[in-house]
Design a binder for this molecule. Structure first.
Ligand SMILES: [Ca+2]
Ligand SMILES: [Ca+2]
Ligand SMILES: [Ca+2]
Length: 424
């Protein structure tokens, strides 16, 4: 009725030559042209959804536009929609309805103002948006490296990565990928060829290495892997196995005469945990000069009924200094079904004077340089132990790091060690 009256007034005004725009209010129209968007994106089953408006022209709205909402859900890819009862706000808390990944959620937003006759509410053109509930990859867990067998991280024990605490909001089965790394002295680098599994065979690392692993969880939806945030493990140091040695069996003092042109006998003792007969004598090094044995044999050195190993080292090869009070022996076991085990033994020594003490002391700053070929090659039983006296160059390579644990991570060396002789 009012509309008709206004229309009549306009007609009259026009007929009278009076501008109708001066005194007649502009007709409001129902709001239109805006949009609504559901966020955040992506949305998971535990995401609270919000409808955000944009683009609505409120110019001339009488008074302001109001918006009403209705949320819906489709479980069949949008073919049919069910109204979510009570979901009529701009926000939709995830707890207010059930859903699984793949479900689609729609919001219909209807604008309205009071531009109708007598201030009646007039609805504008609704806008709508839909969002699909995304798969949420596994999250929230950790990974820990443990040795595959009891004990610390020895060179012959595989490493096992154990993930724990991972959950999947959708109840999906959780899978894991593993990326093994070693510290090269400057940065963590991938271990070339390491399997993408929870087990790192001992052939991929050696004594002195530092290892860690990244564990990336994932689930599978429609044959597609969906990866979560990876976790990095603890960093583990590959250590040497501690063994019992006896310098100069039969002597508790272990006197060392640096002027001697003779040999030092050293026993590797078999204990409940270590069988000296498994030692690869060619790998054994003694003293700071990393002397190689000129002779080795298996015998019961300590007379306790089990077989030990006795080795002899030329005093002049040992690099022992006049100030030393102990000496270290290193080596590896024979590699068999498992990798070789690196071991270290230490015994006390007592440097004793000799007739050529002064001359020897003059050599102390340069151990190992006082080997006159004729001397060392002569009459030390070398012929009885073929293969034990490898050249210095050979021994330095790959073994030179043993006396300085942790310092052998030069990039080239370490990388070489990973691939060289390790991949059986
Ligand atoms: Ca999932
Ligand atoms: Ca002794
Ligand atoms: Ca014994």
């Amino acid at each position: 009725m009012k509309y008709i009256k206004r229309f009549a007034a306009i007609v009259v005004s026009v007929a009278l030559g009076i501008s109708p725009l001066v005194s007649v209010p502009v007709l409001a129209v129902p709001p239109s042209g805006g949009s609504v968007t559901i966020g955040p994106e992506p949305a998971y089953t535990d995401t609270d959804l919000t409808a955000t408006l944009d683009g609505w022209d409120e110019t001339g709205a009488v008074p302001a536009i109001t918006y009403s909402y209705q949320w819906r859900k489709s479980v069949d890819g949008g073919t049919t929609w069910d109204t979510i009862v009570g979901a009529t706000e701009s926000t939709l808390p995830s707890a207010d309805f059930t859903k699984v990944k793949g479900d689609q959620i729609m919001v219909i937003c209807t604008p309205a103002d009071q531009s109708g006759e007598g201030g009646a509410t007039v609805e504008g053109t609704p806008a709508e948006d839909t969002i699909t509930i995304s798969n949420k990859p596994p999250e929230g867990g950790i990974v820990t490296i443990e040795p595959a067998a009891p004990g610390p991280f020895y060179t012959d024990i595989d490493l096992i990565a154990t993930p724990s605490g991972w959950t999947d909001a959708d109840g999906d089965e959780i899978f894991y990928e593993y990326h093994w790394e070693y510290w090269d002295g400057d940065s963590w680098e991938p271990i070339a060829g390491a399997p993408n599994t929870d087990t790192l065979p001992s052939s991929f690392f050696g004594y002195g290495d530092q290892i860690r692993v990244w564990c990336t969880p994932y689930d599978v939806t429609d044959d597609i892997n969906d990866y979560g945030e990876p976790a990095v493990s603890n960093e583990v140091d590959i250590v040497s196995y501690s063994i019992s040695i006896d310098v100069k069996p039969g002597s508790s003092v272990n006197p060392i005469n640096l002027g001697s042109k003779g040999v030092i006998p050293v026993a590797i003792i078999t204990t409940g945990d270590f069988d000296a007969s498994t030692v690869d004598a060619s790998t054994v090094r003694f003293g700071p000069g990393e002397a190689q044995a000129v002779h080795s044999a298996i015998e019961d050195v300590d007379d306790d009924g089990d077989l030990d190993m006795i080795l002899h080292f030329r005093t002049q090869d040992t690099g022992i200094l006049g100030t030393d009070t102990e000496v270290v022996l290193t080596g590896e076991t024979i590699a068999g079904e498992t990798d070789a085990r690196h071991f270290t033994g230490t015994d006390l020594i007592k440097i004793v004077p000799s007739k050529v003490k002064e001359a020897v002391q003059g050599n102390e700053s340069a151990p190992g340089q006082n080997k006159e070929p004729g001397e060392s090659a002569e009459g030390k039983g070398k012929e009885t132990a073929p293969g034990l006296n490898k050249g210095p160059g050979e021994s330095a390579e790959g073994k030179g790091n043993e006396s300085a644990p942790g310092q052998n991570k030069e990039p080239g060396e370490s990388a070489e060690g990973k691939g060289k002789g390790k991949d059986k």
